[in-house]
Design a protein around this ligand. Sequence first.
Ligand code: AMP
Length: 249
Amino acid sequence: MKILVPVKRVVDYNVKVRVKSDGSGVELANVKMSMNPFDEIAVEEALRLKEAGKATEVVVVSIGPAQASETLRTALAMGADRGILVKTEAGTEPLAVAKILKGVVGDEKPDLVILGKQAIDDDANQTGQMLAALLGWGQGTFASKVVLEADAALVTREIDGGAQTVKLTLPAIVTTDLRLNEPRYASLPNIMKAKKKPIDEKSPDSYGVDVTPRLKVLKTSEPSGRTAGVKVSSPAELVAKLKDEAGVI
Ligand code: AMP
């Protein structure tokens, strides 16, 4: 059983993002970049399945600039076995990523692909679903629990007002939600070991995929600041304000 985990290099979630002065996007120069948090959860889940003897190999793949190899090294330091860097300087949209991943799946023949439910930079929440459609595989999105059987995966999904469990015939696609697990930190010895693990380098052309963006960003703007709150002296005043000023009741 082989597991493929796509990991994306994104602006670190602790960074307060700033919009470029020309409004063409967010500032990426001199900004700390890290692995997308949902992808850390995906790597962790794959490693736990390997440690439980359910999987034999965990392969990580990243599509992005040369520095995306650092993201792969982080996954290798957590415990993944090897990496694939699909190098491109072009901004990657979910459809192009899904097409490249389809090519990687064709080469690697994994039994399970675990992706994050969304990348926190573009918040698209599309890649896993598109990959499942392109491959014609079953998908368990927003997973909060994954149980592997011989030829199936039982995936408990976070849905409005509760949880749903679906049974997927393998090979299949899973996307991770926050409650699935708490990712480990890489230990220093494992960070050293990861330097020797192999990273194979490819390009979108290796899979015959054109990554030219299909979308044009027209404008990016900062959210407007919050206005100051007011203190009310009684429940009656609160109700009056909600009725007359806010118009919500
Ligand atoms: P998105 O559909 O962009 O919100 O991304 C969902 C998931 O797809 C991410 O959590 C990653 O697992 C995967 N993914 C998206 N873009 C990339 C990329 N450039 N390289 C590797 N994985 C990616």
